[in-house]
Design a protein around this ligand. Structure first.
Ligand code: NDP
Ligand code: 2IT
Length: 451
């Protein structure tokens, strides 16, 4: 049996109850076959694949907090420190009721390769909790964040592990967590990224994931003789990534006609009004029904709890599709519909939004497909730029950070394109990203000995 197949079997046996983690590992290891075959003896002897699929450590802890009625609530907190071969653990904190260990492990595993692709010195980690921020008062959010950080602060630090935002964690939550870290550890240091601008945050971090997604997509289009001008784009999600992807796509002359949240989706043939979307989601923290109520041209589609909320988005005719909500939101039937409608390009703003079957269908039908590891790396790359600014106790202008972000995303596109070509898989950007991300981490692991 090949080394890849042996390790895949082992990982499946050891993590049988974690489907998302197995999905992420299967995708990565399958696409690494040519690299592993070329170095089989060295990697096998050093147990590279066994080591890279086993986190350095997995922290799980109780998070008790008091709600507005005086009732004690208990959530489960997680931090998976996956691999620090090339830098301190780095990755977001997800707050969503669906969070469990397998989901945090899949995200932490993806983060190793993504962070490597940024070319900056950051290792892979991820954390979060099954806490649901929806409908909670600011005081309840603060109570949860303080309790969460009271435990987490023992394991993180500016040179150890630097968490950030993800689903359900934005500037408000990072602020409460930073305050509690500072209070307990007595240190003002860049232990979190995505901080407010008055206390060490970086300009352009809020925009970075969505903007970065569009910088990479634009470069991909350019290299295929196309531009963003006049293109119709469908986007899922209505959060941080979706909002700034929409904004940048519009600045580039494209028309974004959809968005979605956890209870419904919008088709707006005149183009999404991004200022209204920001007001509804960032300020009011409301549902998309409020967007529809304020905008004549918008069609709102309510979705029942049993259905996938963003699925309708993929039915709309488009040139480019950018899934920006959550994992496994674009399935095989959605991929077939996109191809039937003439979609040319799919780039993932979310982490693993496209299933393996849907990805293969898109690739086999000539769609240019770039996975999240490469396409959404602009967020964490700008987090690393925030770490640099914190280290030198300076802050850079918006233009300076944005220019660095653009440069990083354009380089990522060319690196993954080159890596795919080197192994005879031209146009397979999924394999290219996994290979380019993996090579750097493995070289560091080999140099550092058995650890
Ligand atoms: P937000 O919490 O800001 O927004 C998430 C959006 O997706 C919301 O509109 C939310 O709906 C919707 N959504 C979330 N979970 C589900 C679900 N289970 N079913 C249906 N809809 C859902 O998160 P982000 O925009 O930050 O993150 C979106 C994706 O991008 C995630 O996969 C994240 O891991 C990834 N990502 C984020 C980065 C960042 O810098 N923030 C960087 C790289 C990747 P509702 O409005 O109803 O809550
Ligand atoms: O998935 C991701 O890359 C993020 N949520 C951002 C992580 C970070 O550390 O900025």
């Amino acid at each position: 049996m090949s080394y890849v197949d042996e390790v895949l079997e082992l990982v499946k046996k050891k993590n049988a109850s974690e489907p998302e983690f197995l999905q992420a590992v299967t995708e990565v290891l399958n696409s690494l076959r040519p690299v592993v075959e070329a170095n089989e003896e060295l990697y096998r002897k050093n147990a590279i694949l066994e080591r890279i699929t086993e986190p350095d450590r997995q922290l799980m802890f109780r998070v008790p907090w008091v709600d507005d009625k005086g009732q004690v609530q208990v959530n489960r907190g997680f931090r998976v420190q996956f691999n620090n071969a090339i830098g301190p653990y780095k990755g977001g904190l997800r707050l969503h009721p669906s969070v469990n260990l397998g989901i945090i492990k899949f995200l932490g595993f993806e983060q190793i390769f993504k962070n490597s692709l940024t070319s900056l010195p950051i290792g892979g980690g991820k954390g979060g909790s099954d806490f649901d921020p929806k409908g909670k008062s600011d005081r309840e959010i603060m109570a949860f964040c303080q309790s969460f950080m009271t435990e987490l602060c023992k394991y993180i630090g500016a040179d150890v592990d630097v968490p950030a935002g993800d689903i359900g964690t934005g500037a408000r939550e990072i602020g409460f967590m930073f305050g509690q870290y500072k209070r307990i550890r007595g240190m003002f240091e860049g232990v979190l990224t995505g901080k407010g601008l008055t206390y060490g945050g970086s300009l352009a971090r809020t925009e970075a994931t969505g903007y970065g997604l569009l910088y990479l997509t634009e470069e991909l289009m350019k290299c295929h003789g196309e531009s963003m001008q006049g293109k119709t784009v469908v986007i899922s999600g209505a959060g941080n990534v979706a909002i700034y992807a929409t904004q940048k796509a519009q600045q580039m002359g494209a028309k974004v006609v959809t968005c979605s949240d956890s209870t419904g989706w919008i088709y707006d043939p005149e183009g999404i009004d991004v200022e209204l979307l920001k007001e509804v989601k960032e300020v009011k923290r409301a549902r998309l029904t409020e967007y529809a109520a304020a905008r004549k041209s918008a069609e709102y589609h309510e979705v029942s709890a049993a259905e996938r909320s963003g699925a309708g988005v993929w039915q709309i005719k488009c040139d480019i599709a950018l899934p920006c909500a959550t994992q496994n939101e674009l399935l095989l039937d959605d991929a077939k519909q996109l191809v039937a409608n003439g979609c040319k390009c799919v780039c993932e703003g979310a982490n693993m939004p496209t299933t393996i079957e849907a990805t293969e269908y898109l690739q086999n039908n000539g769609v240019w497909f770039v996975g999240g590891k490469a396409a959404n790396a602009g967020g964490v790359a700008t987090s690393a730029l925030e770490m640099s600014q914190n280290s030198e106790r300076l802050s850079w202008s918006f233009e300076e950070v944005d220019a660095k972000l653009k440069n990083i995303m354009v380089n990522i596109y060319h690196n993954i394109d080159d890596a795919a070509k080197r192994y005879g898989m031209e146009g397979n950007y999924v394999a290219g990203a996994n290979i380019a991300g993996f090579e750097k981490v493995v070289n560091a692991m080999l140099a550092q000995g058995v650890c």
